[in-house]
Design a protein around this ligand. Sequence first.
Ligand code: GLN
Ligand code: ZN
Length: 755
Amino acid sequence: MTVVNQTPFTATVLGLPRVGPRRELKRATEAYWAGKIDAGQLHAVARELRHAQLTELQAAGLDSIPVGTFSYYDQVLDTAQLLGALPQRVAGIADPLDRYFAAARGTDTVEPLEMTKWFDTNYHYLVPEIGQDTVFSLNPQKLLDEVREAAELGANARAMVVGPITFLKLAKATGGAPLDRLTELVPLYRELLRLLAEAGVGWVQIDEPALVTDLTDDEIDLVRSTYTDLSASSQRPAILVATYFGHPDAALTALAGTDIEGIALDFTAGTGVSDVVGVPALAGKLLVAGVVDGRNVWRADLDQALSTLGTLLGSAASVAVSTSCSLLHVPYTLAAETGLDDRLRSWLAFGTEKVAEVRLLATALTEGTEAISAELADVRAALATRQSDPRLNDAQVRARLAALGPDASRRAPAEERRALQQERLQLPPLPTTTIGSYPQTSAIRLARAAFRKGEIDEAEYIRRMRAEVADVIALQEKLGLDVLVHGEPERNDMVQYFAEQLDGFAATEQGWVQSYGSRCVRPPILFGDVTRPAPMTVDWISYAQSLTDKPVKGMLTGPVTILAWSFVRDDQPLGDSARQVALAIRDETVDLQAAGIRIIQVDEPALRELLPLRKIDQQAYLDWSVQAFRIATSGVSDATQVHTHLCYSEFGEVIDAIAGLDADVTSIEAARSRMEVLDDLNAAGFDLGVGPGVYDIHSPRVPSVEEITTSLRAALKAVPAERLWVNPDCGLKTRGQVEVEASLRNMVAAATAVR
Ligand code: GLN
Ligand code: ZN
């Protein structure tokens, strides 16, 4: 066997962000989609970003740099393209870039691939579709080009690809299980390895995060046989298999038993030093130790990392320092932030700062800790201020939580509540409602921009937003909806809006993180104990309610979703943070009720997303997340109707938890799954109000009255009329006004017909 270059490296990261420090790639990609720039111009922007990034990483002293982590949209889609597995329906599009984007976003005539969350992160990948007609073939050009480009810059490039097992585990297949197709993929990966060796690549990183999920014994056997096969290639780079987001467990032993040269493990998410010490087969390999958290923003405790690394030294042939996962999940650099207070800032590390941490640790490992003594002292001092900062330890909040007895999260039996609420609300059967947001009109966007630039003052901004609220109320009255909403015009984002008003959270200015494609989000940073200095939504909702006699729903975001879309504290269990947020939301519900609001909706679209990857950890999560929701929603009287909204996922694994939330009404995404979720809810003994989305809001298409009627009749087979609500799948914020009005008119007509 000729392995090109087995020299182990010492300092690296597992992957890189690509949107650009100022979202340059987002702008260029959107300009390309809009026809404002051509492919050449888009490629030039991308190349420049890669160059700058590579140069920066070289200067920072990484001795192995991942290449191939760049993507125009998504790394799983790139892998589908690499393996010739784009769906047949885009094959007719001649231009490769347009074909790629068509698979990602669809066109007028072509449906895009489905999108879903990447493990337990808020990053979305495109789900590969593997059909009987899929004939895999290798298209290595993108990766080889990037490898050559890196070589030209003199970088020690480590080519990176998503591994065959993860790729297939994430795919959906027709006619057989995805993993049945593994035998077709392995020869392609072998060929790719040969080409990379030929291009002079010393190491290849094969990402297999799927190995940290529960695998069957047969699947573990496939891990063993696949990597035995790949490492038996006669001409190939040294192979590093990267796992992250958890502990590979039995897959680690399987991997270690093969002839691959290196394994990356995530020591920030479940892998402990003892797990490694128990695997003697690691002794001949390079262990890439993910000790710097790649997906949260906290500065690493270097002493602790060094102690982990020190213990690992004896267990492997060599140890390299790394981030736990790709830096895709954190902002580029702290240097871009001007608004954070000095203390908080000294506790944080974004992408650039994490690279520096990796470098420091690697230096300490080879030269001894004296070589970084000044930096160690600095970190210790900063972390000491974090431990003692009063904002992290609010005695009042903690006392309030400790004093909450079991009654604080209990309401009267559902039957009793239903009677009280019905008497008060007098709703017709099959009540119609919407999920919260209405279209973000250009007036809203203009007002927000003008306010941000200081062109209008707060009073004027509020006046304009109130005008939007009034329009939305008038529209709903005209359409004849039964339960109204204010439309959420004042909210930039359903998490950020609350984080900005709660103590304990900080906002960033440039902390953008890719969510999917060109879409980026700026997650708030939860750093301290959470308190609510003042009511957050009462003025808006009361104003909306003052315009109509119909009930207006108070709209809040739930504790789990607020945490899921923020960077969270790492110094206390997530459940503790959730209870603090829940208390703040609870106070808000009580204030809304006092202001005369009769229905309150607490959205939890991220309930499924935070579900731990391994079964064994799931129940504990479901317990605290349900408890947090109930703390948030049990402060109001039994006559106040509590709604919740769930979307973005298959609910199978959390169905009992949905019942456990005990919300009077649950609106849930269902249009695309053809109401199957209702049967699942029935099986779980769910007997509360439910509004399965009767049409899919992700498309601009206006559903006909007949279609919605059919949906409703299907729903009525599973749910009795007294419990059934009529609503769209999700909020209407991304839709146009004309289609929204037409769709809702048809929805109300269908409900009337079925009544
Ligand atoms: N109330 C929110 C809205 O309508 C819910 C959004 C969501 O489910 N993601 O926009
Ligand atoms: Zn939704």
